[in-house]
Design a protein around this ligand. Structure first.
Ligand SMILES: [Ca+2]
Ligand SMILES: [Ca+2]
Length: 422
């Protein structure tokens, strides 16, 4: 407890030293983008898990220790012994709001999340590879936007030892090197400067003895390493040179999720016909119909669109509810005409596994012919081709078809509207 109080008193001094002598208040971060977790006019601060596309705006981030480009030695290691690995307390100054969460990544892999409780934030016991440079990144937890970055090198006169692949913390089915239906496996690569032919050891949770692979040209490859069943795996590499000096990589954590989310399309059914009176959104031009599906990817999104088209519907995606037996519904806009089409539905879990479904042969009733834009020359052979054309969605002189029209601006009289029907 005494330690905490003392740290609390020290923090403001550390922070003001880091940001300079100015007493100007630091403006709070502003999130001007729209995303899933924001509602209404968006002028506030995003906190909590943000699964939207903009990731919100970043708070300020300044690395206090290590400073960027720092070279750390044995005296900086927590136990002043590099042969058992290198550990260090990372500290940053930030104006992130109290209670929000920040994540530290080292070499693209997450090493910790912490809740902001003041102007400085610490990540304790962060491990770095020996003999190598590491890249540090700060993100808002759940966001993919990097708010601050620093590089640091560890030089303790022990060999370089660094797990360079896999490069991400979360592994999904696409990372598997195992055959279809086989337990998840993937390849590891360790970069090192120990002599060719010497063996690098790779320890993995759940594996009694470390794996071994010989070094060739500064790399040891471990092919098809089984990481199963799905869950978290902690790995670490040890590189010992001929002289007996030991280098160790940072402990790297990998979360394996090799199971795609469930996705069951509920409505409409294949061969459904959407009537003109079936419009579920009077506020949007055209006829919208609901595409509903169920998934266990709670908090993620389910998206639907007419195959081959850019979704013209209001959102294109809807949040997956907490219950896998509750529908998530997306409004999709009928394409012009009454030709049959396929609706594609998809969702993605946090690890990136994708589930897809489709609804075939859906038709929308239409009073319109199936109208498609064609090049002016294709239907206008009697008139010289205009030097330029511009696309307009509607002109006062065009009949009130809900379609795209070609307007020839160089025509001698009024602009003409042309279209092709089939
Ligand atoms: Ca150590
Ligand atoms: Ca409508």
């Amino acid at each position: 407890m005494a330690h905490r109080i003392r740290l609390g008193l020290l923090l403001p001094f550390i922070a003001s030293a880091a940001v300079g002598c100015s007493d100007d208040p630091v403006p709070p971060p502003v999130d001007a983008g729209a995303d899933v977790s924001d509602t209404g006019a968006d002028s506030g601060t995003d906190v909590g898990t943000d699964v939207g596309t903009d990731g919100g705006m970043c708070p300020s981030v300044e690395f206090i220790r290590p400073t960027s480009s720092a070279v750390l030695g044995v005296a900086d290691d927590m136990d002043n012994n590099c042969s058992n690995g290198f550990a260090y307390g990372v500290q940053i100054a930030t104006n992130a709001p109290i209670g929000s969460r920040l994540e530290l990544l080292v070499n693209g892999r997450s090493v910790g999340n912490t809740t902001v409780s003041g102007p400085t934030v610490r990540f304790e016991g962060v491990q770095f590879d020996t003999g190598a440079m590491s890249t540090l990144e700060i993100r808002r937890s759940g966001s993919t936007v990097t708010c601050g970055t620093a590089t640091v090198s560890v030089d303790c006169n022990v060999p370089r030892c660094s797990i360079t692949a896999p490069a991400r913390s979360t592994l999904n089915l696409t990372d598997s090197t195992a055959g279809a239906g086989m337990p998840f496996a993937t390849s590891f690569v360790v970069g090192t400067d120990i002599e060719d032919g010497r063996e690098v050891e790779l320890s993995i949770t759940g594996t009694a003895t470390p794996l071994r692979a010989a070094v060739m040209s500064g790399m040891a490859r471990f092919n098809n390493v089984r990481l199963s069943p799905d869950g978290e795996f902690v790995t670490r590499a040890t590189c010992t040179n001929r002289a007996g000096n030991v280098g160790r990589s940072a402990e790297s954590r990998f979360t394996v999720d090799s199971v795609a989310p469930t996705l069951a399309v509920q409505s409409p059914v294949a061969n459904a016909v959407i009537g003109l009176s079936g419009d579920v959104n009077a506020a949007v031009p055209g006829v919208q119909f609901n595409v509903c599906a169920r998934s266990d990817a709670a908090g993620r999104r389910v998206c639907a669109s007419v195959m081959g088209s850019t979704p013209a519907d209001p959102a294109g995606c809807a949040d997956v509810p907490a219950s896998a037996t509750t529908d998530a519904c997306v409004q999709v806009t009928c394409p012009d005409g009454n030709a049959p089409f396929t609706v594609e539905v998809s969702t993605q879990d946090a690890a990136g596994n994708v589930a897809r479904g489709s609804i075939a042969n859906v038709r929308c009733q239409s009073s319109l012919p199936s109208v498609r834009v064609v090049a002016p020359a294709a239907f206008d052979a009697t008139t010289p081709r205009p030097s330029s054309t511009s696309r307009v969605t509607r002109t006062p002189r065009c009949p009130a078809f809900r379609s795209t029209w070609w307007l020839a601006p160089t025509a001698p009289r009024a602009p003409r509207c042309s279209f092709a029907t089939w």
